[in-house]
Write a protein that binds this ligand. Structure first.
Ligand code: GAL
Length: 715
C-alpha cells in the first residue's frame, strides 16, 4: 500500500480516541515564498477546490525567492477529538490583519473569531460575507488555512502552560499590573475536521504577503473597462420602459452611466427564483437588451440561487439539490457538475446569450434563519457547513466561467465569498449601512483578497448623500443601489452639482483605476488598500517606536493605532473621506512628501494634518512623484478600440514613474498577450524644467491613447 495512505489510515485510527502530541508540520515550498503543509487527513473538498484556483506561478516567480518567515519549531499541528488544532507564534508588539472582511476593526490581535459565512451582523466576530481564513502579520508573513469548515480563531488570546513567553501569574490582591487578559504569544485555531492544508506566505513586506496570496489565488480580477464606470440599480419592479427612461435621464442630465442593475422584478418570480424574465414587465427581453446596448448601457441582473418550483429548470435540478429549501426554493448542489450545467444552460440561453453583461448574486451568505441549516444534506456528500462556506465561491466561478467561455468579461456583485475568490470579477456588498464601517470594510478587503463596494442607497440629507457618493466613486464599484427607494444621483438638488462632479471625476480617473486593476491581476496588488500595506506605515517602525514618547509624537502614535478611516486608492492616491456631520478631520500622511490632489500644493510629510473640505471635495492626497493619468469626463467607458485623450498629472518633485495598462477592455484576449504596458516618466530637463514622457507601444499591441497633455501640479 502507498506509504501516504498508510500514514493517513494510521492517523484516522488515532483520531477521536487518543490525543496526539503536537507535531511540527513539514513545509514544502510550492512556489517562491509560499510553503504548504498537510496536517492530518484533510477533507476532500476545500476552499481552493471550490474556487478552482490556479496559482499564477510566473508572477510569483517574478516576486522572487524568500526565506521561510517563521521558526518551524514554533508552529504546531495537533489532531485530537476528530479535529485539528493549529498554533503559530507571535512576538511582542506584533500586529495582525485579515481574518476576512471585518467592518469595525483593522487590528486583529487579541480577537476570538468563528469564521463563518454570514451577512455581517454588526460585530466583528468572524461571521461575515468573506470570512477568509488568512491573516497577515506586520512582521511580514501570512498564514492561510485551506478548510471549508467553521474555524475558531484565538488570535493571541490564550496562554499555554508551556508557552515560551508565558506571563508570570500576578496577585490581583496586591498587584496593580494584574490583568484579566494576560499576554498571549500565539495564534491558535480549531479546524473541526480531521485535517487541513496550511499555507505560509513570505514577505518581506505585508504588501508582498498580500501579493503572494492574491497571485496564489490566480491574481486579482481584471474587470472590463466599463465595469469601472458608474452603475445604477433600479427599483425592484421597474418595467423595460422605465429602465430605458432611466438611462435616458442619465444621458439628458449629463451623469455618467455604464450599466444598470435590474433587481428581483426582472424575474417572473423571486425568493425563490425562476431564472427567467417576467413577460409582463419585460415582454421582449432580447429587444430590450439590444435597445439598451444601442444606448451604450449594459445590464446586470440580480438573482438569488434558490430555484422556484415554477422555474423551467426545477424538475431537472431537483434530484441534484439539498435536503432543505430556502424560501421554498431548491438549493442546487453546485459541487456537482451536472447541477451547474443545468443552471448555466438556463442563464446562458435566457440571459447571457442575448447580451446581459453580468449578475448580482444575492443571499448566498446568510442569515441562519433563512439559509439551509447545518443539518441539511447534499447529494454530493459535502456537508451543509462546507456548502455554506463555499456557496458564494461556487456561484462566482460558475457564472464567471459562462463569460469566460464567451470571451467576454463581466463585473458583478456577490454577497458571499471566501479564500480563493481573488480572481473572480465580483464585488461584495451588503444590507448594512454604516458609512464609517463601509470604509473599514473597504480597507479590510485588501487583507482578504476580495473587493468591496460601500454602495450608496439613500440618505437623510444632501450632505450625507454627497459624502457617500464621494467614497463609492473611490471604490471598486461606483454604484447607487436604488432597489428599494428609487434614489437617483440627482435626488438631492442641493448637492446635485457636487454629486455630478464626483461621478465625472470617477470617469476621468478610469485610465488610472484600470491600470491599478491590471496590477491587481498581474502582480497581486490590491487596488484599494489599507494604510498598513503602505511602505513605512504602521507599527513596524519599532526601532523608532522604542525610543519615542508616543504622546509627544502624534504621527507615531497615530500609525500605531487602528487606522480605519483612510486608505490608498492605487499606487499614489491617499483618500481621507469625510462623513456626515464632519467638515474637518485629521489625516495621517505617511513618511515622504504628500500633495493635495486638486491643487498640487504641498500637504505634509510623515505627520498628522487637519483638513477641511467643502461638500464639493473628498480629501485626496498624492505621493511625491505621483503620476495620475486622466481621461476627459466621458459619460461612458471608451469602447474597445475607441481612442481617448490623456491629461497626465504629476505631483511633487521626485522622479515620476507610472505604468499605464491597455488592452481591448472587453475580452480575454489579454490572456494571449494582447495587452500593453507603457511607462510614463517625469524628469527635470534643462534649467530644471519638468518634462514628461510616455513610452511607445510595441507594434501591434493595444493603443487607445489619443492626444497627451501634461500638468505639473506642484510647480
Ligand atoms: C437584498 C440585497 C439588496 C437588494 C434586495 C432586493 O438581499 O442585499 O441589495 O438586491 O435584496 O430584494
Amino acid at each position: 500500500m502507498h506509504i501516504r495512505l498508510l500514514t493517513n489510515l494510521f492517523l484516522v485510527f488515532l483520531l477521536g480516541s487518543v490525543s496526539l502530541k503536537a507535531q511540527n508540520p513539514i513545509w514544502t515550498e510550492i512556489a517562491p515564498g509560499i510553503w504548504k503543509s498537510v496536517i492530518g487527513v484533510p477533507d476532500k473538498f476545500d476552499l481552493l477546490k471550490a474556487a478552482g484556483v490556479q496559482p499564477n506561478i510566473n508572477a510569483l516567480t517574478r516576486l522572487g525567492k524568500a526565506a521561510f518567515p517563521l521558526q518551524e519549531s514554533s508552529i504546531a499541528g495537533t489532531l485530537a477529538d476528530g479535529k485539528t488544532y493549529l498554533r503559530f507564534p507571535l512576538v511582542k508588539g506584533e500586529q495582525l490583519y485579515g481574518f476576512g472582511l471585518n467592518f469595525k476593526t483593522v487590528q486583529q490581535r487579541g480577537k476570538i473569531l468563528l469564521l463563518h459565512v454570514d451577512h455581517y451582523g454588526g460585530t466583528d466576530n468572524g461571521r461575515t460575507h468573506a470570512p477568509v481564513p488568512f491573516y497577515i502579520s506586520d512582521q511580514g508573513y501570512g498564514v492561510f488555512v485551506n478548510s471549508a469548515r467553521y474555524i475558531t480563531v484565538y488570535a493571541g488570546t490564550a496562554v499555554r502552560r508551556d508557552s515560551p513567553e508565558a506571563p508570570v501569574p500576578l496577585d490581583r490582591n496586591t498587584d496593580k499590573k494584574w490583568s484579566a487578559q494576560p499576554y498571549s504569544d500565539a495564534v491558535e485555531m480549531v479546524v473541526p475536521t480531521t485535517g487541513t492544508e496550511v499555507f505560509i506566505f513570505a514577505g518581506p513586506t505585508p504588501l508582498d504577503v498580500v501579493r503572494r496570496f492574491n497571485l496564489f489565488n490566480g491574481g486579482g480580477c481584471l474587470p472590463p473597462r466599463w465595469g469601472l464606470g458608474f452603475t445604477q440599480r433600479v427599483k425592484s419592479l421597474y418595467t423595460a420602459d422605465q429602465v430605458i427612461d432611466e438611462a435616458k435621464a442619465f444621458a439628458e442630465k449629463g451623469y455618467p452611466l455604464d450599466f444598470i442593475g435590474l433587481e428581483p422584478g426582472w424575474q417572473s418570480k423571486s425568493y425563490p427564483c425562476t431564472f427567467e424574465w417576467d413577460k409582463t414587465r419585460f415582454p421582449d427581453p432580447a429587444g430590450f437588451v439590444k435597445t439598451m446596448k444601442a444606448m451604450g448601457i449594459r445590464l446586470n441582473l440580480w438573482t438569488n440561487p434558490y430555484v422556484a418550483p415554477e422555474s423551467p429548470i426545477y424538475s431537472q435540478i431537483k434530484p441534484l439539490t439539498g435536503s432543505h429549501t430556502v424560501w421554498g426554493g431548491a438549493v442546487a448542489d453546485l459541487t456537482l457538475p451536472e447541477a451547474q450545467k443545468i443552471m448555466v444552460g438556463q442563464m446562458s440561453k435566457d440571459q447571457v446569450d442575448i447580451g446581459v453583461s453580468g449578475y448580482k448574486v444575492d443571499e448566498c451568505d446568510g442569515y441562519d434563519r433563512w439559509l439551509w441549516p447545518d443539518v441539511a444534506t447534499f447529494p454530493s456528500g459535502n456537508s451543509a457547513e462546507q456548502m455554506r462556506q463555499t456557496y458564494g465561491l461556487l456561484l462566482q466561478k460558475m457564472t464567471s466561467d459562462i463569460y469566460h467561455q464567451q470571451n467576454k468579461r463581466t463585473f458583478g456583485l456577490v454577497r458571499g465569498s471566501n479564500a480563493g475568490g481573488s480572481s473572480f470579477p465580483y464585488v461584495i456588498y451588503n444590507d448594512y449601512y454604516s458609512h464609517e464601517d463601509f470604509i473599514t470594510a473597504l480597507i479590510n478587503s485588501s487583507f482578504a483578497g476580495v473587493l468591496w463596494t460601500p454602495e450608496v442607497r439613500g440618505s437623510k440629507t444632501g450632505e450625507e448623500w454627497v459624502r457617500r457618493m464621494q467614497t463609492v466613486c473611490f471604490s471598486p464599484m461606483a454604484m447607487i443601489n436604488a432597489w428599494s427607494d428609487g434614489t437617483k444621483p440627482w435626488s438631492f438638488p442641493e448637492v446635485e452639482k457636487e454629486v455630478k462632479a464626483i461621478a465625472l471625476l470617477r470617469m476621468q480617473l478610469m485610465p488610472y483605476f484600470y491600470s491599478e486593476f491590471a496590477k491587481y491581476h498581474y502582480e497581486g496588488t490590491p487596488p484599494f488598500r489599507a494604510m498598513n500595506l503602505e511602505a513605512g506605515f504602521g507599527s513596524k517602525q519599532s526601532s523608532e517606536l522604542k525610543n519615542a514618547n508616543l504622546s509627544e509624537n502624534p504621527y507615531l502614535e497615530a500609525v500605531n493605532k487602528e487606522v480605519k478611516d483612510q486608505y490608498m486608492a492605487g499606487e499614489y492616491l491617499l483618500v481621507a473621506p469625510l462623513f456626515k456631520g464632519q467638515s474637518e478631520r485629521s489625516v495621517i500622511l505617511p513618511n515622504g512628501k504628500w500633495y493635495d490632489f486638486y491643487t498640487g500644493k504641498y500637504a505634509g510629510d510623515g505627520e498628522v494634518i487637519k483638513v477641511s473640505a467643502g461638500l464639493d471635495k473628498i480629501p485626496v492626497f498624492v505621493k511625491d512623484g505621483g503620476i495620475v493619468p486622466m481621461m476627459p469626463p466621458m459619460l461612458r467607458a471608451p469602447a474597445s478600440r475607441e481612442k481617448f485623450d490623456l491629461e497626465i498629472r504629476y505631483y511633487g518633485s521626485l522622479p515620476g514613474n507610472y505604468r499605464l495598462y491597455d488592452d481591448d477592455g472587453e475580452t480575454f484576449n489579454y490572456e494571449n498577450g494582447d495587452f500593453s504596458w507603457r511607462t510614463m516618466t517625469v524628469s527635470s530637463g534643462k534649467k530644471g524644467k519638468l518634462a514628461g514622457n510616455v513610452s511607445l507601444v510595441e507594434k501591434g499591441k493595444p493603443d487607445n491613447i489619443g492626444k497627451v497633455s501634461w500638468r505639473f501640479m506642484s510647480e
